[in-house]
Structures are given as C-alpha cells and as structure tokens.
Ligand binder design. Structure first.
Ligand SMILES: [Fe+2]
Length: 354
C-alpha cells in the first residue's frame, strides 16, 4: 500500500540494460531452473562482479530466506538482483530485510518494520504473473505450518524492474498458464477490494485490458513475443495495483489450499475465483460488468483452457480451511465481508468434496 517509485525498463532484449542499474559486487538470487534456462549466465556476463545464489526454492520459507541472507552476509554485495519467478523475488526481498536489520522474517511481518538502509535491488521476473517485481512485500511461508507471512516495507521495493519478454519464453506451459491466471486474478481482486482508490483501480483496469486480449493465447501455448510482452506488462501493472490497494477472498481462500494440499497458487486462486465473483456481485457487480459482460463464465472457460483439474478435499477439512481463510490478511479487504461459515460455503461450492 505504497506509492510506487520505480524505474521500469521493458521490451525484448532489455536485459542488456542491466549494467546501467548496478555496480560493484552484485548478488544474483535465483533458482536452478533459471540457471538451466541460461538466463543467469546471460545476466552474469553483463556484470563486472556477479556472485550467484541459485538455491531458491518454490514457496520459500523463513529458513530459506535465512540461508540466502547468511550467504549474502559472507559475500557483502553492493547490490542484489532477484532473477526468476515470484519465489526468487520474494527470497531476494527477504534477504534485504535480514541483511539490513538482522533477526528473522517473523520480526518484519506486517508493514514498515524494516531497519536500516537496504542495498539497491533490481527485480527481473522470468514469469509473467506474480507482480512481485512491483511490490514491496516479501511473501514467505512459516517453516512449521506453511502459513504465509507477508513482510512489507517501501525500502524493499525494487528500484529498477526489467521486463524482458525474451526471459518468459523458457517458462514451461503449465507455469505460464498458472502465473497468467494469477495475474488476471490480481487485476480482478484489486479492482474491487474495499480499499481501492481511483488511482489503484485505474491500474487494475489497465492490467485487465492488457491481459484480456492475450491470455487465451498464453493458456493455449501459442503466445508470440508481442503477446508475451503484453502479458508481462499486464502482470506488472496488476502488481502495482496490489501495491496501491490489496487483494480479496479468492487469495484468502486459496492460501489454505496451498498450505494443506500443495495446490499451486494460480490453480488454487482460479478454483475459488468464480464463486468469489458470485459472492461479491451484489456489492460490486457493475465493476465486474465494466470489465467483462460475463466474467464468471469467462473465468470458467479460462480454467478449462488451462486444463485445471477439480480440487479434491476431504469434507472434514472444510472447517479448518474456512477458519484459516477467515484469518488471512487479504480477506479483510474483500468488498463483501465473509465469516468463517461463508468461507465454508465458498469451499463447498468450489471444491470437489470427497
Ligand atoms: Fe496471487
């Protein structure tokens, strides 16, 4: 919920501009898949003194962040690059908090708790979805429960974002699909959340209008460079929209599905989103209407195009999921409030109960 002030460089081949934004010893925070795709090599070759940390894991935990920060303390970098998907960017951001202020990430849960000055941070996403590159929050999981914790501070916002669509080509199809759907959900949830502003809603709408014409190509797997460019910009705009407002009940109810059943974030969000739109419609239907004349059916169509399977959950887990969803921070911003019982109803309508 910060005003963003970032330099955003975009376009095919824009990675080559990286040397303009970092100098000295630069720590590249990334994962083995990005190394295998050749992107780390391409970035490192542009730098005078690159050091690579390639042990980022999906859905990084507090101890994953601590491991990267320990590495960084040894190296003493002058700047940090987050190169990869949301997990690499979250790990890089978390490292900034731990390097400048010490302690553990739990100390920074919430907003504005960072200590000390942070070294310069450049975000280079290789997926088009999370929008993490335009957000000041590091989202991590607790080691014990896998509950998400969000740690935000304006100082953790990347000072430069490089959106090079050449980098999103290496994404496996299923990753491209799930991250694109996540980005679309960000545009939709931020557009209606109860603390949206005129400005933030403008960003949500811009994001939606970038994503809408191209997402079906992304889901089918035939998106060309221009369409991937639009998708990447749309995802970043949706990230800015979240930064300026928040999310809602689809994210609140998706997180417990990921924590308990390891359902990928984009899949979990899209599983919940149609019923959340139905729930919110009495309150904000005209906003949905402005975006798409038949939003729910279109969401269901996109889910089918992406080949998403039904999510199976044992009936006895519904009360636990509902309880946890009602405690998620993002849920408080849903335009129509939900009790734990309301979340249980949402789950019953959205999941296949076994
Ligand atoms: Fe998301």
């Amino acid at each position: 919920m910060e005003k963003t002030s970032q330099t955003i460089i975009q376009g095919p081949g824009s990675l080559s501009q990286l040397p303009n934004f970092v100098s000295g010893k630069t720590l590249i925070v990334t994962d083995p898949g990005i190394v295998a795709a050749g992107h780390v090599d391409r970035a490192a070759k542009l730098l005078e003194n690159p050091i690579i940390y390639d042990r980022v894991r999906e859905n990084p935990t507090e101890s994953d962040a601590a491991a990267c920060a320990d590495f960084a303390r040894e190296v003493q970098p002058d700047s940090i690059i987050g190169l990869g998907g949301g997990s690499s960017l979250d790990t890089a951001k978390a490292t900034l908090f731990l390097l400048s202020g010490g302690g553990t990430m739990s100390d920074y849960q919430g907003h504005g708790k960072a200590k000390g000055a942070m070294i310069p941070f450049v975000a280079i996403p290789t997926t088009a979805g999370t929008g993490s590159e335009c957000q000041s929050y590091a989202v991590l999981c607790r080691d014990d429960s896998h509950q998400k914790i969000a740690c935000g501070d304006s100082r953790a916002l990347a000072h430069t974002v490089i959106l090079d669509p050449e980098l999103t080509k290496s994404m496996p199809l299923q990753v491209a699909r799930l991250t694109a759907l996540d980005a679309l959900s960000h545009a939709l949830e931020s557009a209606v959340c109860n603390n949206h502003t005129k400005e933030s809603q403008k960003l949500s709408f811009e994001a939606f209008h970038k994503i809408q014409p191209v997402i079906e190509h992304v889901l089918i797997g035939d998106a060309n460079l221009d369409q991937r460019t639009e998708m990447q910009i749309g995802a970043a705009l949706a990230g800015q929209a979240i930064e300026a407002s928040m999310l809602g009940a689809a994210h609140a109810s998706a997180n417990p599905l990921t924590a308990h059943f390891d359902i990928t974030h984009g899949n979990a969000v899209l599983t919940m989103l149609p019923e959340v739109i139905k729930w919110n419609t009495p309150k904000v239907g005209d906003i949905y209407q402005q975006l798409h004349p038949n939003l729910i059916n279109w969401m269901i169509h996109l889910r089918e195009l992406a080949g998403l399977k039904e999510v199976h959950v044992p009936a006895e887990m519904i009360p636990t999921l509902a309880q946890e969803a009602s405690q998620q921070w993002t849920g408080q911003f849903n335009p129509r409030p939900l009790t734990s019982d309301d979340f249980a109803e949402l789950y019953l309508h959205s999941l296949t109960i076994v």
